[in-house]
Design a protein around this ligand. Sequence first.
Ligand code: SF4
Length: 326
Amino acid sequence: MDMKIPFYEEYRDKIRCRICPHNCILDEGKFGICGVRTLKNNVPVAINYGGVTSMGVDPIEKKPLYHFKPSKNILSLGSFGCNMTCSFCQNYEISQGKPETQYMSVEKLIDIIPKVENNAGVAFTYNEPFMWYEYIYDAAKSIKENNPDTSVVVVTNGYINEEPLLKLIPYVDAMNIDLKGYTSRYYNKICGARLEPVLETIKIANKYCHVEITTLLVSDENDSIEETREIAKFIASVNENIPFHLSRYFPRYKMDNAETRIDTITQAQNEAKRYLKHVYVGNVEGVDNNTYCSKCNELIIRRNGYSTEILMKENKCEKCGEDIYL
Ligand code: SF4
């Protein structure tokens, strides 16, 4: 379904979209980089409003969010479209294509959420949620106005302009933001975007909601210890409590570099822990992904795969009383 874009401006007899830092000039019948916004009868519209391509119930740890409502499930859904073109994309059928969708009204979504067992709320994920901005804004606002206890989660690449971000974020409880690397070269060459706007999104998000960050370490591209150190230092400069997920890459889509070495991930984790309180590893079996108190090292949350056991009360370490970032 089409929906008018809420952020645009006239630009030399044309219309420029202002949702994300690409700031595409929209032409009649031609799409912006995201593949979902265009001009129809001189009106700028997104064509994916309410169009769902994927929906399921996941452990919230799978987003990944390790310090937000641990052990809960979360209703997860996405549409199509993305404003990045990552060579390693795992969801390229929905990020780069225009697959079939099922329409779901905001009212229907709100109706489904309480029917999910042990549910924290709803996560907008799978494709880039900000490319579904018109729908997730309406849904998130309505969810929070109807039931503030229902959590709204956004799993995003963080590539959005400040104005639309600030309009949406009062209705968002938690975000997992990809920080895909720490060089302009990597963002330009591998992702078709720029680094700086993502850093700005992380800084803004940290002021308004719970934030966790994920970096996919791609062999021979962004897996140097120096780059991990720079990422960890940046995150720590925003908030040293932000949980950091280092994820192992496997060949996908257009990228055929070898899978990331496990010892590379382990070394990166150790380096990041010098700056951050909680650093986890994704896509590697059998690693210790428990949460420990950053002050006394007491076990706080035990994780075995997606089975999660919470060993504290009221977000404090049982042994030393340290506040845990949850
Ligand atoms: S949202 Fe889409 S059309 Fe708008 S600026 Fe970003 S990529 Fe371009």
